[in-house]
Design a protein around this ligand. Structure first.
Ligand SMILES: [Zn+2]
Length: 138
């Protein structure tokens, strides 16, 4: 048995019943790296300390045995970031398709709608709330 195998086996046994790496702790590790790089660029002792604290917290989450609590935290984080990710993707798509489509919000429910740019006056039915109105594409 090689040394690497023994180390890996010891680590595997150590991690039994522990939280392990989830999305939140992975993002915390990346955030810690980013903070460390910024701390080195501006030579800030405080940022260095914060990045160290983030790292310690991430490692404590990974080796934590309170998996119920950790997975609830992770779920909360994933739910919050999914909304941000969706908003960013939507904004990017609106920008990417701005030549072909005119984007606007439904006056009834404020959800985003789009019509082809060269449509002129169109009758719009909102897919979400069913609100019907006419819209002039400029
Ligand atoms: Zn609507």
């Amino acid at each position: 048995m090689g040394l690497m195998y023994r180390i890996r086996e010891k680590l595997r046994v150590f991690m039994i019943g522990r939280n392990g790496v989830d999305r939140l702790s992975m993002h915390m590790l990346w955030f810690g790296i980013a903070l460390l790089v910024i701390a080195m660029m501006v030579s800030s002792y405080v940022l260095n300390l914060i990045s160290f604290a983030v790292y310690i917290l991430a490692i404590l989450r990974i080796v934590s045995k309170n998996t119920v609590r950790r997975s609830a935290e992770n779920r909360f984080y994933v739910n919050k970031t999914v909304q941000i990710k969706k908003a960013v993707t939507h904004r990017r798509n609106r920008y990417k398709n701005r030549i072909q489509f005119k984007y606007f919000k439904c006056p009834g429910c404020k959800s985003w709608l789009r019509v082809p740019r060269k449509a002129g006056q169109v009758k719009v039915t909102c897919g979400k709330c069913g609100n019907k109105f006419s819209y002039i594409v400029k």
